[in-house]
Write a protein that binds this ligand. Structure first.
Ligand SMILES: NC(=O)c1ccc[n+]([C@@H]2O[C@H](COP(=O)([O-])OP(=O)(O)OC[C@H]3O[C@@H](n4cnc5c(N)ncnc54)[C@H](O)[C@@H]3O)[C@@H](O)[C@H]2O)c1
Length: 320
């Protein structure tokens, strides 16, 4: 079995390659050979273990992700994980892969894919609310699909926004990057906005009249009582895109507006239907994509990482 570390992942796959793996996931999402059960949430006090198994034609596997919100105070990543990848012909375990990096790269690529197909082509400024691990990877991947001139990083803790700004500036040299703790100004100044916090309460309260043409990609809420997007925003939306329809039960950003009648069941559109239509559906009015993630993304991305690592002689073979 191949053990693939964070550094092996970085050496194995270029950021842009992840976007094709995510597009492949959407294309096979409804195929009979794809079997992706809803992920299991195990809550223990404020901590959560997510168990994310699934099958596609060539491989199957399971990602185990833990979310420990108090790690923020210990300067430890909130999200940690491992992924076991198996051969679909024999069941043989092929690899154990660092799940923190895999998750961050694949979620960045889910953001980039959504922006590629839906966001205004002339988007100039990317705003990111929440300056954690996901924010870095969202900026890295999303900046490959639009010619952004500026990135605004916002965190309630300004020093976190400043640290991320420096790290990103080093990586993305030619884009101007600023740091702030003002989420409303971030939204007003941005064309594409990513929310990547673990907040239970909406992370902005901008007047909805100022949101025309804004494109939102929200990834933070993963429980029914977690919300990043304020309810008045849904008054302006005639549909909401999701990566998986399980979002309707799993996260407050879809479940609460549905329960309050602010959106209807049929207004929640699986993004696979957009992608398989083959058109770039640039949205000219306010647009919201809510991602909760699913094991299907982890499988297509883990397969890409495994094949590239094998080809480049990366990772460590171990007998178990
Ligand atoms: N949709 C997906 O597929 C997916 C994948 C991975 C992670 N996530 C979720 O994304 C969220 C962020 O993950 P992370 O690993 O970057 O976490 P993180 O803890 O590293 O970063 C979150 C940041 O958000 C900031 N924050 C919290 N509340 C805020 C607010 N109201 N306004 C501004 N900033 C605020 C925190 O200070 C922190 O810096 C988590 O909820 C995680 O579960 C989703």
């Amino acid at each position: 079995m191949l053990v693939i570390s964070e550094q092996d992942i970085i050496n194995a796959v270029e950021p842009i390659e992840y976007i094709s793996a995510i597009e492949k996931a959407y294309v096979i999402q409804d195929k009979a050979t794809t079997n992706i059960p809803n992920r299991m949430h195990i809550d223990n006090d404020e901590n959560t273990l997510l168990v994310m198994p699934g099958f596609i034609e060539s491989v199957f596997g399971t990602k185990l992700v833990s979310l420990f919100p108090k790690n923020l105070e210990k300067e430890e990543p909130v999200l940690k994980g491992v992924m076991v990848l198996n051969d679909a012909g024999t069941g043989k375990p092929l690899a154990i892969i660092n799940g923190n990096k895999l998750t961050a790269m694949r979620t960045g690529a889910v953001g980039a894919t959504a922006v590629k197909y839906l966001a205004p082509f002339d988007s100039k400024t990317l705003g990111i609310i929440g300056a954690g691990v996901q924010a870095y990877h969202q900026a890295l991947l999303i900046s490959t699909v639009r010619p952004f001139q500026k990135i605004i990083i916002c965190d309630k803790n300004l020093s976190k926004a400043e640290v991320l700004k420096s790290g990103l500036q080093e990586r993305l040299g030619n884009i101007g990057i600023t740091a702030t703790n003002d989420s409303n100004q971030t939204i007003l100044g941005s064309d594409v906005i990513v929310t990547a916090t673990s907040s239970y309460k909406p992370v902005f309260n901008t007047n909805i009249e100022n949101l025309e043409k804004k494109y939102f990609f929200a990834i933070g809420s993963y429980k029914p009582d977690m919300q990043e997007v304020p309810l008045p925003v849904y008054e302006k939306l005639d549909k909401v895109y999701v990566d998986t329809l399980h979002a309707k039960e799993e996260c407050g950003d879809i479940k609460i507006p549905l329960e309050k009648g602010m959106i209807k069941d049929e207004d929640v559109i699986p993004f696979s239907s957009v992608l398989t239509s083959g058109e770039l559906l640039e949205q000219s009015s306010l647009c919201l994509f809510k991602s909760v993630g699913m094991s299907l993304f982890d499988l297509t991305v883990a397969e890409l990482i495994y094949n590239s690592a094998k080809e480049k002689g990366l990772g460590q073979e171990v007998k178990i």
